[in-house]
Design a protein around this ligand. Sequence first.
Ligand code: SDX
Length: 362
Amino acid sequence: MTNGLDDVVAAETVLSDVDGAKGRLVIRGHAVEDLAAGWAFEDVVHLLLEGFVDGLPAGEDLRSAIGSARLGVFKRISPHLAALRDLEPVDALRAGLSLLADGDDLDTALQLVAAPAVITAARLRMGAAKTPVAPDPANTHSADFLRMISGRPATAHAASGLDSYLATVSDHGMNASTFTARTVASTQAGLGSAAIAGLCALKGPLHGGAPGPVLAMLDAIATPQAAHGWLAEALARGDRLMGFGHRIYRVRDPRADALKQAIARLSSDEELAGRIALAEAVETAALDLLRTAKPDRSLDTNVEFYTAALLEALGFPAQAFTCVFAAGRVVGWIAHAREQAMTGRLIRPQSRYIGPAPQIAA
Ligand code: SDX
């Protein structure tokens, strides 16, 4: 089996640093915990794209520009929504992104930042037999994302909770989807192509497709008392426990606690407290079992485990979790694609041929 490019440095980047030994994530000089604790999504967009996208506005001008981009995306996709209705949300997002113009300029970047929220919300509304809700450019991105799904104004707590999530997942070094986006950008194919390719990689359950199965696992376990037995049976079947393990982190993913704190800030209602108590019991049992089952592997909690509880508490259905992940990570894909186009070369590694030698003509 190939080594999955373990420990291969594919690029130098000023965007983020993932310290797997210490369990630290720094995004353009800021610890992820600081971004998650209070940064607006729009400010994270500016942090990541500054210096990579010419003419990038800041502050209120950027918020307004992203709001206008949401409206532009909505107008562009509206005639095609019927074709998206029967697709899984992540596939509808991939198809919707394909309707947008490709390019490397500010307009392309802003429409890609805006698009996952607009396309995902429209697809979820149609799935619920409801009319899609047009964006309100005056809203913040997170508040409008939630409003376009529910049809009602988002609470400040909910918008802040989504800001925390989008900031937390916005960038994460050379993960599979970002590496994919950089490879596409290295051919000078454009930001839209890079983002679509990144989304295709993110969809896999080993990468960004894990949060949905985490929620299914919590629902299947149902009570803290059932956690150990259920998880032991899953491991005995050879299943992987979704939300645990990581190619880089050898200790707890720092984003797990950042998201746990975002949940705590969201609300103190009993139902949510019960969900968190179940998640904590499952996490404790899973870590205990993984340490016994795989003593030579440090398998700890990763970002996806508490993602499930947070996005569920924000009202997103599990089938949309990967789309919401993409709504944050698209900013990282754009930044890395621009960094690759501006500072890198065509990405073209070697391979070692182990197939048959050519037949020598008799
Ligand atoms: C994300 O790279 C990034 O930065 C990704 C990400 C980002 O922000 O972009 O952080 C987001 O993708 C987080 C990961 C989400 N995926 C999951 O939660 C799915 C469950 N986890 C895994 O399948 C796994 O841990 C990976 C894919 C995340 C990492 O796996 P590796 O590094 O390729 O390790 P491996 O598959 O070679 O596994 C090594 C051993 C194996 O056992 P053996 O065959 O050697 O006996 O550990 C076992 C694996 O079976 N193992 C697990 C496990 N993860 C690894 N066993 C049970 N449950 C798990 N979760």
